[in-house]
Design a protein around this ligand. Structure first.
Ligand SMILES: *[C@@H]1O[C@H](CO)[C@@H](O)[C@H](O)[C@H]1NC(C)=O
Ligand SMILES: *[C@@H]1O[C@H](CO)[C@@H](O)[C@H](O)[C@H]1NC(C)=O
Ligand SMILES: *[C@@H]1O[C@H](CO)[C@@H](O)[C@H](O)[C@H]1NC(C)=O
Ligand SMILES: *[C@@H]1O[C@H](CO)[C@@H](O)[C@H](O)[C@H]1NC(C)=O
Ligand SMILES: *[C@@H]1O[C@H](CO)[C@@H](O)[C@H](O)[C@H]1NC(C)=O
Length: 260
């Protein structure tokens, strides 16, 4: 009976459906590079600690670090950069034993007087954003103005950070700051901030219903195919039997006798 040959493709489909959605299981087992402080752009001489973690655990473990394609094995999940140099820029990846390699994180060391730093450059609505107008060697900055899309956003005589809780799409834009260091005016780099609406969540929401539905449909189609094949098969057997009865001189080899 053709039960197994017909069932196999459906099982394959179910397996594919269950394991395909964006590698959900793979994401859980990935290592992750995080920066503390979180700035991706820093000035020469700044300090930053890179930590290799996994989803769930962050205790010290030996890990592999990859900077610009060159790998280093360490017995520590942290990489301390005490005084950033230009060559500390570039792509960082890490891997904790037993976990997949992390996504790359880019660190950019800039030689300048004033820089605008953000806790994240791409974020989801509802997260919080922290902006900092940072000077070389933390020299005092006065008459600080933060700009967003070329419009003045905030002014302070002394330097302050900006904290926006619960960002919306309206917070997307190009930010920079200006200020005076030792009486001379300086202007920072321009930083693009993108705030996205959380579409992926709604996708997963629908996938929850879509996958079981597809499985049910596949089973129904499969069972339907099985029944119709069985019917065709018995029809074929009947036809052959009647033909055999009519033509005894048939030279073709006989098919296997049916088991009933
Ligand atoms: C693991 O990651 C997922 C998605 O990124 C998150 O929802 C979950 O809270 C994380 N689990 C832990 C233990 O951090
Ligand atoms: C790494 O291991 C070496 C010896 O193998 C040890 O001297 C050193 O203190 C360890 N470093 C950390 C941060 O655990
Ligand atoms: C890593 O790459 C960045 C950007 O390409 C470069 O500025 C930096 O000097 C490189 N560092 C090393 C150690 O290769
Ligand atoms: C801004 O934030 C940085 C980093 O968290 C902190 O070191 C600094 O003191 C803050 N500056 C002001 C003026 O609040
Ligand atoms: C964030 O903003 C949204 C839309 O303005 C609002 O519905 C939500 O309650 C806010 N959440 C918090 C924690 O303030």
């Amino acid at each position: 009976m053709p039960t197994i040959p017909m069932g196999a493709p459906a099982l394959l489909w179910i397996a594919l459906l269950l394991f395909s959605p964006d590698g959900m299981s793979a994401a859980i087992w990935k290592s992750k590079v995080s920066l503390n402080p979180p700035w991706r752009k820093i000035l020469k001489g700044d300090a930053v600690t890179l930590t290799c973690g996994t989803n769930g655990s962050s205790e010290d473990q030996s890990s592999l670090w990859i900077h610009n394609g060159t790998s280093f094995t360490t017995n520590n999940s942290r990489w301390h950069i005490v005084k950033a140099r230009m060559q500390d820029s570039g792509e960082y990846q890490c891997r904790i034993k037993g976990f997949a390699i992390s996504e790359p994180v880019y660190l950019n060391v800039i030689s300048d007087w004033l820089i605008i730093q953000a806790s994240a450059e791409v974020m989801m609505e509802g997260e919080s954003l922290f902006l900092r107008c940072h000077s070389w060697k933390n020299l005092n900055v006065f008459k600080v103005i933060y700009y967003k899309d070329n419009k003045a956003l905030k002014y302070w005589y002394e330097n302050h950070n900006i904290s926006i809780t619960n960002v919306t799409e309206g917070n997307s834009g190009i930010y920079y700051c200006v200020g005076r260091i030792q009486r001379l005016p300086y202007i920072s780099n321009k930083l693009k901030i993108i705030v996205k609406k959380p579409y992926p969540q709604s996708n997963y929401f629908w996938l929850q219903f879509l996958i079981p539905l597809l499985v049910v449909i596949l089973f129904a189609v499969d069972t339907g195919l099985l029944i119709s094949t069985q019917q065709q098969f018995t029809l074929l057997l009947k036809m052959k039997r009647t033909r055999k009865r009519n033509r005894f001189t048939d030279p073709q080899p006989k098919p296997d006798p049916p088991g009933n």
